[in-house]
Unconditional design. Structure first.
Length: 156
């Protein structure tokens, strides 16, 4: 019996660089940048970044496939620090959300989640986002909505 064909993933893979609190750069790959940034912020994504919080998105590059992303990650990790800094300072802006996505935006290299993202999630992620519609604010797992669930100007 022939093997079942492999399903092609429609997800988009990214290679990303984070600037850690100590100034070092971390390189990784993901197909879900908001989720991965939350994991980094919570100290669950990497042993390296766990002890160097907070981290911020410094650069990212979209890739055609997971394989291409892994190859690019290895290539970046082999670069001297000066060349990594050139990648970070390069002309490519950080990726913006799809036109149909209202879950997050990238402002000054930081991932900012919208109230829509929080409401879809169903509870507070604890990220400290200024759009958190839950009360009390920024308590991971909290499910109590404020009187204004749009989250506009709720925090910070």
């Amino acid at each position: 019996m022939p093997a079942a064909p492999r399903r092609r993933s429609s997800s988009r893979w990214l290679v990303y660089l984070l600037r850690c609190a100590d100034g070092s750069l971390y390189t990784g790959i993901t197909n879900d940048l908001p989720k991965r940034m939350l994991a980094h912020a919570a100290g669950r994504a990497s042993k390296y970044t766990r002890s160097r919080l907070p981290v911020e998105l410094a650069a990212s590059e979209p890739q055609k496939s997971k394989s291409a992303a892994l190859k690019r990650e290895v290539a970046i990790k082999r670069l001297p620090r000066a060349e990594k800094e050139l990648l970070v300072a390069g002309p490519k802006p950080a990726p913006q959300p799809d036109s149909g996505s209202a879950d997050y935006s990238i402002e000054n290299g930081l991932l900012v989640f919208t109230a829509t993202y929080h409401l879809k999630r169903g509870f507070c992620c604890g990220s400290g986002c200024r759009h958190c519609p839950y009360d009390p604010k920024h308590v991971a797992g909290n499910r109590s909505l404020t009187s204004n669930p749009s989250g506009a100007n709720q925090c910070d």
